[in-house]
Design a protein around this ligand. Structure first.
Ligand code: CO
Length: 237
C-alpha cells in the first residue's frame, strides 16, 4: 500500500502534480488580489444560481458564465437530465431551493452533446444506455416534430433544445418547486443552450416563475420554441 502510494507520488505520469501545482498558483493568485476571498467564502455559502448541466468537460458552469467560486451551485450529469426518481439531482434542487434559496435554476444543454448524439443515433454505449434512454424518451415524445426536419445534424440540435425544454418541465413539476411557488418563493427556472463552437450561451426563452400545469407548460414552451425557430430561420434566409 505504502509502496504504491510512494510510486504514485514520485512518478510524474501518475502523481497529478501538475494539477496540485496549478491549484497552488491559482489560490495564491486569488489571495493576492483579494486576501479576504477564501475566509469570506468559507464563512458563507449563498449562491444565487443553480446550474443543471451536462458532465461534458467543455461546459464548465463557472468559467463560461464568468463566475467565481461561491456564485453558482452546480449539478451535472450526462445530457443534463432531471428525473423525479434521481435522488441525487432532486436533493441538489431541494437543497438549492429550500436551504440556499437560489433565485434562478438554469438547465443548460449543449450542441454536440455525446449523450444526445447517442440517443439520436440509437448508439450503444453500455451501462449509460439506461441513462440515455431518458433522452430517447424525449425523442419519442417529439418524434413527429423531429422527423419533419430533413437535415440530420439540425435534427440533433433540435433534440438538444427539446431535451432542455423537457428537463425544465421536469424541474417545474417537482414537489419541491410546487411547494416553493405555493409559499410565494421567488425562484425562476430557465432553459439555455451552450455552443461548443463559439463559447456562447443561448436563452431558449423559457422562463417559469410560478406553478403551472405540466401539459400546459410543455405545450406553450414547445409552441414558443417552434415559433422562435421559424422566426430565426426566416431571418437567416
Ligand atoms: Co453533453
Amino acid at each position: 500500500m505504502t509502496d504504491s502510494h510512494e510510486n504514485c507520488q514520485h512518478n510524474p505520469e501518475t502523481s497529478l502534480q501538475n494539477l496540485l501545482d496549478k491549484n497552488r498558483q491559482w489560490a495564491e493568485r486569488i489571495a493576492e488580489l483579494d486576501p479576504g476571498f477564501f475566509p469570506r467564502l468559507a464563512a458563507q455559502h449563498k449562491p444565487e444560481y443553480l446550474w443543471i448541466g451536462c458532465s461534458d468537460s467543455r461546459v464548465p458552469a463557472n468559467e463560461i458564465c464568468g463566475l467565481l467560486p461561491g456564485e453558482i451551485f452546480v449539478h451535472r450529469n450526462i445530457a443534463n437530465i432531471v428525473l423525479q426518481s434521481d435522488f441525487n439531482c432532486v436533493s441538489v434542487i431541494q437543497f438549492a431551493v429550500d436551504v440556499l434559496k437560489v433565485k434562478h435554476i438554469i438547465v443548460t444543454g449543449h450542441y454536440g452533446c455525446a449523450g444526445v448524439y447517442a440517443a439520436h443515433e440509437e448508439q450503444r454505449i453500455g451501462l449509460a444506455d439506461h441513462w440515455i434512454a431518458h433522452v430517447r424518451a424525449v425523442f419519442s415524445r417529439h418524434e413527429d416534430l423531429l422527423m419533419a426536419e430533413p437535415v440530420h445534424l439540425e435534427r440533433e440540435r433540435m433534440l438538444v433544445e427539446l431535451n432542455v425544454i423537457e428537463q425544465v418541465v421536469n424541474v417545474c413539476r417537482l414537489p419541491v418547486m410546487q411547494d416553493a411557488w405555493n409559499r410565494g418563493q421567488d425562484v425562476t427556472v430557465h432553459g439555455w443552450i451552450y455552443g461548443l463552437q463559439d463559447g456562447r450561451l443561448r436563452d431558449l426563452g423559457l422562463c417559469v416563475r410560478e406553478r403551472r400545469r405540466t401539459d400546459e407548460l410543455r405545450r406553450e414552451a414547445v409552441t414558443a420554441w417552434m415559433a422562435k425557430r421559424t422566426r430565426e430561420s426566416s431571418l437567416a434566409a
